[in-house]
Design a protein around this ligand. Structure first.
Ligand code: BGC
Length: 580
């Protein structure tokens, strides 16, 4: 810490003492977040007093956790070599485990955690994520997403817990507590509630689109999880790409400054989303109340210069800059960064350990929802002759969804993960046949476990009907063929749907003897097998109502929520179990 600052002061006093010494350039530096590669040079980090660094898609900081830590140690030294020696934050999109690191424990995405309804489990998973994120050098996590999706065409439905405000509120609180630890105790990392606000309820489910909910509906349906996250002490909140009644959220002063910071008394950092400065009106973003900007992909110079000119010309009040910097410094003091600026080497041997994977496996077991089980097809008998069908059945990338190792996810296996087939093989007493594409000539089996689903996607790439439009509300023709082929054989069929949202599968549910909604399960495929074989019961409950037809989706967005005349195929909370 800067030598002039005494250590027996309160955090507020330390913040004020430091702030009083800072130049405008040093303040703007604190408000700047960059990537650890390509945007700016190493010397910029020191010369421009950069306050935080993000790692997301792109070159990794190294080949293993030691190298990741070493990279951040090296960058931290640059920050510490500046006049005031203010250490940096290192942020990461660890949204279902430390998912940017191959070998980390990867949990089911939040939609699955929402199906568990188990706040303690959500807290444990978040605590493990925090350990593995710290082990790879980070002290700021851009999670949890506490959106409330009203339209499953949105490509980020799976990042959110549920369409229910109550479920989301409870799990938001648990997740913040898990990531950061208990309120009042020393914490070592800050979490981020995102994306504030209305991200999941844009009209037609368009990522970054316009939300037309009335202010009353926003307060009633979308704000409670933020209130809970703030009460749990969340260190940061990320502004959203969407607009609220045509006002971009990044420029929404009323919601950010008056509501979030004012009414909710949020005293942490409002961080922008990607490249928000150039996208959403430059200094309007700062004046709306954003404290840290992701000045990435070419935005860096225009951001730093723009804010500087904004202050010098009086467009940005000095008080706004000071508010931002106070918030940033406060969180840095809160996590003890001035005393402990470097990652903890002893955490490295905790990455992907069995104890962590056991919790992820428990999460898989508790998240999968049984939608149909005719003639007690499930549980499978361990001595049954089983064929597992479809490449989703033996591919840990495909089973995990977006934000897994890569931003858009993986279509191959990744380090440390177990596939669904591997899990089934481990428990089966009979040799398990695998038919990757439905072409095998399989007849002498008792039951087929057909795994179908959505190829991983993230953000707007997953929107249905959007500008990219690669995805659909129904199964792909290839996956439909797998179901048709095996149901026509007259053997029992269990369909496992791996998806980021409810899909229109009314027909396939009719065709199959048993049907399981598995969401995106993450690295522990064995959790599926443990429930299919009946070692554990199904306890997952639908976190979304489940539409029966494509037309249903038209009535499921924006101000309408569920149009009262629409009967879902399954209501929110539905889920069968063996014991019923
Ligand atoms: C996403 C955020 C994410 C950020 C940083 C954005 O595109 O909307 O959820 O935290 O990128 O990677």
């Amino acid at each position: 810490m800067s030598k002039e600052i005494k250590t027996d002061l309160t955090i507020e006093q330390k913040v004020e003492a430091l702030l009083a010494q800072m130049t405008l350039e040093e303040k703007i530096g604190q408000m700047t977040q960059v990537r650890h590669f390509d945007d700016i040079s190493i010397s910029d980090i020191r010369d421009k007093f950069i306050g935080s660094i993000i790692h997301t898609q792109g070159p990794t900081p190294g080949n293993n956790a030691f190298e990741w830590q070493a990279k951040f140690v090296q960058l931290q030294w640059l920050a510490l070599s500046t006049r005031l020696a203010i250490p940096m934050f290192f942020g990461v999109d660890a949204v279902h485990g430390q998912n940017t690191y191959a070998g980390a424990t990867i949990f089911p995405h939040n939609i699955g955690m929402g199906a568990t309804r188990n706040a303690k489990l959500v807290e444990n998973a978040a605590a493990i994520t925090a350990i593995e994120a710290r082990a790879t050098g980070f002290n700021w996590i851009f999670s949890p997403c506490i959106a409330i999706p009203y339209n499953e065409k949105w490509g980020r439905v799976y990042e959110a817990f549920s369409e229910s405000t109550e479920i989301t509120t409870e799990l938001a609180k648990a997740s913040v507590r898990g990531h950061q630890g208990e309120l009042g105790k020393q914490i070592s990392l800050i979490a981020t509630a995102k994306h504030f606000i209305g991200d999941g309820s844009t009209d037609f489910g368009v990522e970054g689109g316009n939300t037309t909910l009335s202010e009353e509906e926003v307060f009633k349906r979308l704000l409670p999880p933020y209130r809970a996250a703030v009460e749990a002490g969340v260190g940061s909140v990320m502004a959203s790409f969407n607009s609220l009644n045509e006002v971009p959220m990044h420029a929404h002063r009323k919601m950010i400054t008056d509501v979030l910071k004012g009414q909710l008394k949020f005293d942490g950092i409002v961080v922008s989303d990607w490249k928000a400065y150039s996208r959403f009106g430059e200094n309007e973003v700062i004046n709306a109340g954003v404290d840290v900007v992701m000045a990435v992909e070419g935005d860096f110079n225009m951001y730093v210069e723009g804010v500087r000119n904004g202050v010098l010309s009086g467009v940005i009040p000095q008080e706004r800059i000071d508010d931002a910097v106070r918030r940033i410094l406060k969180q840095k003091f809160r996590i003890g960064l001035f005393d402990n600026p470097f990652p903890d080497l002893t955490l490295i041997n905790k990455i992907g350990i069995q104890e962590h994977r056991d919790v992820a496996r428990q999460a898989v077991r508790e998240s999968i929802v049984l939608l149909k089980n005719q003639n007690n097809t499930l549980p499978l008998k361990k001595n049954a002759k089983i064929v597992v069908v479809g490449e989703f059945g033996n591919n840990s990338g495909l089973q995990s969804g977006g934000w897994t190792i890569n931003w858009q996810g993986m279509t191959e296996n990744y380090a440390g993960a177990t596939t669904i087939l591997e899990g089934i093989k481990k428990l089966a007493k009979h040799e398990v046949v695998y038919d990757a594409d439905g072409s095998a000539n399989v007849s002498d089996v008792d039951v087929a476990v057909i795994v179908v689903g959505e190829t991983p996607y993230a953000e707007l790439f997953g929107d249905i009907g959007g500008i990219i439009n690669k995805y659909q509300l129904t199964l792909t023709p290839e996956h439909q063929l797998l179901v048709d082929k095996y149901t026509a054989k007259g053997i029992r069929t269990v369909v496992v749907l791996v998806s980021g949202r409810p899909l229109v599968v009314t027909k396939q549910i009719e065709q199959a003897d048993a049907f399981v909604a598995a969401w995106f399960i993450g690295s522990e495929g064995a959790g599926i097998a443990e429930v299919l074989f009946g070692d554990y019961d199904f306890i997952g409950k639908l976190p979304h109502s489940w539409p029966k037809s494509e037309e249903d989706y038209q009535g499921k967005y924006g101000p309408n929520f569920w149009d009262d005349t629409i009967e879902p195929l399954f209501p929110l909370g539905f889920g069968l179990s063996y014991n019923k």
